[in-house]
Ligand binder design. Structure first.
Ligand code: FE2
Ligand code: FE2
Ligand code: FE2
Length: 164
């Protein structure tokens, strides 16, 4: 890998993180009543997304949807088969209950993502018109309708957001 390819990967990671961080800062600014600061955080977040996508394009990561679905299945599978089990073990060993819960919730949901992507790959082009709902507590992703209770974290139906 060339130095520039590595730099594109690092810059993509940094810009992506800045985007999510600024959105979290915007939420906090809203909660504290600082509307203008919140708006600026959202503006910068939108801008960082453009930088991240520009870097991603130069990396050649975005391919056909069929290939992208396969890449997504691989990424999700790596997370629940390898990455999170290691992190869960470390959080247990280091007695960090907050991190342990955060890792466990994500781990449970990545399995579901892999399955949903597999299903979408298997039926690609045969347009089943289905809705998705995401739990705002744990990210559990439901197909068809929001459940009365989140099967991963137990949150109530009102915690689910429909994806447009
Ligand atoms: Fe940027
Ligand atoms: Fe995922
Ligand atoms: Fe949940």
């Amino acid at each position: 890998m060339s130095k520039t390819e590595k730099n594109l990967q690092d810059a993509f990671a940094g810009e992506s993180q800045a985007n999510r961080k600024y959105l979290a800062f915007a939420k906090k600014a809203e909660a504290e009543g600082f509307k203008q600061a919140a708006k600026l955080f959202r503006a910068a977040a939108a801008s960082e997304t453009i930088h991240a996508h520009n870097h991603l394009r130069e990396l050649g990561v975005v391919k056909s949807t069929r290939e992208n679905l396969m890449a997504a299945i691989n990424g999700e599978s790596y997370e629940f088969q390898n990455m999170y089990p290691r992190m869960i073990a470390d959080a247990q060993a280091e007695e960090n209950p907050g991190a342990l819960r955060s890792f466990n919730l994500a781990n449970a949901v990545e399995k579901i993502h892999a399955a949903l992507y597999q299903k979408a790959l298997d039926s690609l082009g045969r347009n089943a018109d289905t809705e998705y709902y995401v739990c705002s507590v744990c990210g559990y992703t439901a197909e068809g309708a929001a459940p009365d209770e989140c099967p991963v974290c137990g949150a109530k139906k009102q915690a689910f957001r429909k994806v447009e």
